[in-house]
Design a protein around this ligand. Sequence first.
Ligand SMILES: CC(C)(COP(=O)(O)OP(=O)(O)OC[C@H]1O[C@@H](n2cnc3c(N)ncnc32)[C@H](O)[C@@H]1OP(=O)(O)O)[C@@H](O)C(=O)NCCC(=O)NCCS
Length: 151
Amino acid sequence: MTTLRLVELTVDNVDDACDLKVAKPQRDYVSSVARSLAEAYVQPDIAWPRLVYAGKKLVGFVMAAFDPDNPTDYYRSYLWRLNIAAKHQKKGYGRFAVEAVLAEARRRDAASVTVSWMPGKHSPQPFYLRLGFKPTGEIDDDGEIVGRIQL
Ligand SMILES: CC(C)(COP(=O)(O)OP(=O)(O)OC[C@H]1O[C@@H](n2cnc3c(N)ncnc32)[C@H](O)[C@@H]1OP(=O)(O)O)[C@@H](O)C(=O)NCCC(=O)NCCS
């Protein structure tokens, strides 16, 4: 079985990370890796960006926000971005990335992790529901459905 692991961004992998693409119809549902990294750059104390490798292959990007003092409860321990490359989807890599974020949140003594998603035809909603996130009934500032998983 291929070993899955998270890797930090470095000068050696950042170009490949920025080339990572989800399928075209999915691009309305998630920001590019480059945009996410720019957001991480201006919030280094909060952003937790990682690459997902299957063996030697780069297959995805995940970024969490850990911001325990955020006035908005659902941004305190938040699965911010998740991009699995189009050709590597449906192989369990998305689940691995989410579970890695949950593990990091546990390490930081968080009680739950939230995520938000846009509903629609190519939405990640079924994926998050399958993994156990439950809609909280809230809609965030971008009009996205907020989901939470207890740890
Ligand atoms: C959503 C996404 C991250 C899922 O990643 P993935 O690697 O394909 O998902 P996995 O293979 O780990 O799937 C885990 C489970 O969810 C299910 N699942 C994944 N995508 C699904 C979908 N679109 N519809 C229904 N079930 C889905 C899988 O069948 C699997 O179920 P199982 O436990 O019964 O085997 C990926 O499709 C993606 O990057 N999408 C575009 C970007 C995006 O929307 N990101 C989220 C922004 S909030």
